[in-house]
Design a binder for this molecule. Sequence first.
Ligand SMILES: [Fe+2]
Length: 485
Amino acid sequence: MIGMRARIVKELAKRNTVLTPDAWEYLDELDYPERIESIIDELKKEREHLPFPVCKENISCYVKEEEEHSEEKIRSKLDREPMENVKVLKDVSGESTCTGDVDDFQKYFKDRYETIRAIVEKRRDGKQARPINSIKNRHGEATVICMVRDIYTSSNGNKMLTIEDTTGEMRGFISGDSEVFEEDLLEDEVILAKGEVWKNDGNYKDTFAIQEITRPGIPKLKERSEIDFPGKIAFLGDIHVGSDTFLKDEWDDFVSWINSDDQIAKEIRYLVVPGDLIDGIGIFPNQEKELEIIDIYEQYRKLAEMFDELPKDITVITIPGNHDIVRNAEPQPCLPKDVQGLFPDNVLFFGNPSLLDIHGLKLLLYHGSSINDLSDMLSQVSSERPITAMKEMLKRRHLVPVYGKKTSIAPEENDFLAIEEVPDIFVTGHIHRTEVGDFHDTIMINSSTWQAQTEYQKMRDIKPDPAKVIVLDTNTNKVSIRDFS
Ligand SMILES: [Fe+2]
């Protein structure tokens, strides 16, 4: 709220006065931007001379009524959220246990293993999986459900791994001429591995030679959720309000369209926005040179005004991204209440990621930071084709399959990043591309952007595909893309 405090100082300077240190402190502790806004409004109205200097009491008197009003407004807004048909199935918001303790990571990875193990268990086709400790020092065939801790290709062209479960760890081996070698195994993924424990001799003591792997995957035909959906869902993301490359004219065209009599526009009941609602501040070096609005609360205030122009019978579903005001490590909680309070009642806020049930449809929302990591590691994944990365996440049943790359993970006791339930719709953003696809029975959507090519993207020859709205008819599963670019 630095920008807002600067406005107060400016108002006072016009009246030849300044703030005392206790007044500064008081402003620092004010949570809600409305409260500072009310001080500015009152100061503007003040015709009489202001004292010199202005102390805490001189400004706190402007806030009291507004403060109660603000809290009441936020509370009543949250109570009145149109949540009857939107149920939260999984979301870290309000559930975070992460304290930054070293033990947190151990607990996190244990839960990650157990969660995905339970999914792989169902795919073992009668193969009895054994704990790693029970197959050590034996030889012969065995099946384990393990997490791949590390993996490298030896000078002989074979893959050497460390595999582990909750009972212990051992060395794994994949021959360079086996079919399994072609599988793009990633560190930290959980697999069912069938193979042979070699005899306790030579260089390969206590080594498990993997001959076959099974991933958790998703079923080819899943039981379709019972849905009773009243209209269409639209998807758009990465709005980046505040950036000087925000596409204002294109956004205005979209707003005109969605308020028009166009048949598709009239049938839209939900608008899904998977993160990077604003451009934020301090996200990358020298970002301020590319900002049109330099105060983060002003960016949200502007977005709130833009959302206010959308039809009120559309429920707007949002999650944060890496440019928003919440912690950068995933899972990210929903936007703070003071920011939520700026928006109209039909805008809902969830964490990144979130699994929601909308009229019986399971919708998985994830901003998509790990798409870049996967495109760096997997040959079949391209950062220009986000769907290719989303497919790999579904195969591995995890949104951030590898730990320790660009996407940072907050070690929660429960793994909010595991894909425990197969979604009907899986939506991401982040990549600033527009793409729709399906994998088995799950519809995958990457939701465009409202930001033109940035300096950073120019340097790296990254071409965004902006100003598009994807509209899904949930009764026919047909998708149409409206282009405002
Ligand atoms: Fe973005």
